[in-house]
Design a binder for this molecule. Structure first.
Ligand code: G6P
Length: 626
């Protein structure tokens, strides 16, 4: 996601901001900018698209002087990456500068309201409406922090922001809600940043702001209030990490950091897409990005769906197939992109092509999608990277909003793909009329609980009490010593088995295969022996009993069985040599939880085997060659 850094003190702000932004580069970005208030009251703004070196060059010899400033690296969510959309954003007169990380959900309504009052907008971003809101509030209060609080009371969504105003020299105001923001405490100087590495060279004393906090920061003091204005105290922490571990949030690898980010990533994917409305608090599904395509009438003739993707993306598609077929009663075909393009596929205007690619650049997926589109199919792209190549081959795009994924092996983009596909499946079900209102209400309510269930899953499999971490680590010990292992599951558990096996292969180089559990007796069962563990997805589902039968068949061949089961399932104990529990959940949500211990297993096996976890041998994050 975006990176923010801000400084107030006696030093020159510009070098501190530029260095801070460089320290945030690992988060990924498409444009950057700084705003510095000079000592004679000039508010200077520099913004560039692309790499940070472009901004450094633009700042060049004419470095803005001044000891108050804010900087931002952007990872686009609203509006394409260009200079106008880069942050900081300003009010009508260039007196206020705002840098923002997050999504302002009601920005369109705010923008209309402010436009009607005569405010002039310069960008397509959701953020700019905040600058104009603050401008309006400053007309009736002389206090920047109060103007920010009042403005944020009008906002729904998520944000971490920093604000400076020409009328308030020597003062920074920061605020957060569902977005990270920390205060760095110096001697006669203070900092705000979205992440520790940005300011670690200057101070180790930090305050993590809480949800809804607003920090009013001068060189000598930091006052934190709630959004309503009540002063609150937050603890000061001393950071012991070096820069490298700070970039990984204190985790040893990006892969495990990104596993832990999954609940928040899913929360971002759902943000603004499920709304509670009306007196009866009815849940409404909104996928505004699809409105134009829906209005064109092209979806009215859809009779089937093809989901295209590679690797982990295709596994997300395979799981979603079960849900989309159930909810929309449309046949769904999953096609591996590299196969589809040479298969002379049956495709035309009756086909909706859903194309999945986190990078938006995988060449096989791009070409397969173009082929489907040229044959007349409507294309909805689901990707993580704003304005990536796939968006130009699609009729509409849904963004994952997972934030940059740095580890080569996908984690948070898998769960956000699945979440987004579920939303799309329900949307299609409502269009075809196959999904009743009652069922939709239940599904939407369940989906909203997912981030909390995922958080509980992480806590459950990493805590030191009960089975938790000990169970996971002892299973990892066993897998680290084996030559080969099998993953099995049925229904949605089958593609999940494929994903579990893929994670183990790519991270630890242990040979692993995923199978549909019912297929075991048609061949793979011959591979079983005491040295070949079997990992079974045996969570609560309509096919639970069948999976248990398949486990029994394997155990009769002396295979060691590791079962992933739903909390409270004691029956499974007598069928398994080792157990990993995940919280109970509706069947369609279960893959979003069960994938977490599968990812962590692969991680711990790779750790034990000394593998390069974030960059496994022979693999690349985005595959742009055939
Ligand atoms: C590479 C990555 C995988 C990813 C696949 C598809 O193989 O290593 O993690 O699943 O590409 O990438 P995409 O960007 O199209 O989702």
């Amino acid at each position: 996601m975006c990176g923010i850094v801000a400084y107030v003190g006696a030093q020159r702000a510009t070098p501190i901001l530029l260095e801070g932004l460089q320290r945030l580069e690992y988060r990924g970005y498409d444009s950057a900018g700084i705003a510095v208030l000079s000592d004679d009251g000039d508010l200077q703004l520099k913004k560039t698209t692309g790499k940070l070196k472009e901004l450094v060059a633009a700042v060049g010899a004419y470095e803005p002087s001044g000891s108050l400033g804010i900087g931002h690296t952007r990872w686009a969510t609203h509006g394409r990456p260009n200079n106008d959309n880069a942050h900081p954003h300003t009010d009508c007169h260039g007196d206020i500068m705002v840098a923002h990380n997050g999504i302002i959900e009601n920005y369109a309504a705010l923008r209309d309201e402010l436009l009607a009052e005569g405010h002039v907008f310069r960008s397509e971003t959701d953020t700019e409406s905040l600058a104009h809101l603050i401008e309006r509030e400053l007309e009736t209060t002389n206090d920047l922090a109060e103007a920010v609080r009042r403005s944020l009371q009008r906002v729904t969504g998520s944000y971490a922001i920093v604000v400076v105003s020409r009328s308030h020299p020597g003062r920074l105001v920061g605020a957060r809600l569902n977005g990270p923001l920390i205060v760095g405490l110096g001697e006669h100087e203070n900092f705000l940043a979205s992440d520790i590495p940005a300011i670690l060279r200057h101070t180790r004393r930090m305050i993590a702001l809480d949800e809804g906090d607003v920090a009013d920061v001068t060189p000598e003091r930091v006052v934190i209030t709630t959004l309503a204005g009540a002063v609150v105290q937050r603890p000061i922490t001393t950071i012991e990490w070096d820069i490298e571990s700070a970039e990984k949030g204190g985790y040893p690898h990006f892969f495990v950091k990104e596993i832990h980010e999954q609940p928040d990533a899913v929360r971002q994917s759902l943000m603004g897409r499920i709304e509670q409305q009306g007196e009866d608090d009815k849940l409404t599904l909104r996928l505004d990005e699809l409105d134009a395509l829906a209005a064109s009438g092209r979806l009215d003739t859809i009779r089937r769906v093809v989901i295209l993707g590679c690797g982990t993306a295709s596994h997300a598609g395979m799981i979603a197939k079960y849900a989309i077929e159930r909810w929309a009663r449309l046949p769904v075909e999953i096609a591996i992109s590299s196969e589809y393009r040479y298969a002379d596929p049956v495709v035309g205007p009756e086909t909706l092509c859903i194309t999945l690619t986190q990078s938006g650049e995988t060449i096989d997926t791009l070409v397969a999608t173009r082929l489907a589109r040229e044959a007349g199919a409507s294309v909805i792209a689901i990707t993580n990277v704003v304005d990536s190549a796939i968006t130009r081959s699609a009729d509409a795009t849904l963004y994952l909003r997972a934030g940059p994924e740095i580890s080569v092996a996908a984690t948070k983009t898998f769960v956000t793909m699945l979440t987004t596909l579920y939303l799309l499946g329900m949307w299609l079900g409502q269009r075809t009329g196959a999904l009743s209102d009652e069922t939709a209400q239940r599904l939407l309510a369940d989906l909203r609980r997912t981030p909390d269930l995922m958080r509980a899953t992480i806590t459950g499999v990493t805590n030191d009490e009960g089975l938790g971490a000990a169970a996971l680590i002892s299973v990892a010990d066993r897998l680290a010593r084996c030559q080969s292992c099998l993953y099995i599951g049925r229904s949605m558990g089958y593609p999940l088995a494929l994903e579990g096996a893929l994670k183990l292969k790519e991270l630890s180089y242990v040979h692993a295969e995923g199978y549909a559990a019912g297929e075991m007796k048609h061949g793979p069962i011959a591979l079983l022996d005491p040295q070949t563990p079997l990992i079974a997805i045996a969570t609560e589902s309509a096919v639970y009993e069948k999976v248990v039968s398949n486990i029994q068949e394997a155990r009769a061949r002396e295979a060691a069985v590791i079962a992933l089961a739903s909390a409270g399932d004691t029956t499974i104990q007598r069928h398994a040599d080792a157990l990993i529990y995940v919280p109970r959940a509706p069947e369609f949500l279960s893959p979003l939880l069960t994938v977490i211990p599968l990812q962590l297993l692969a991680y711990h096996v790779a750790l034990k085997r000394g593998c390069d976890i974030d960059q496994p041998r022979n693999l690349a994050k985005s595959v742009t060659v055939e």
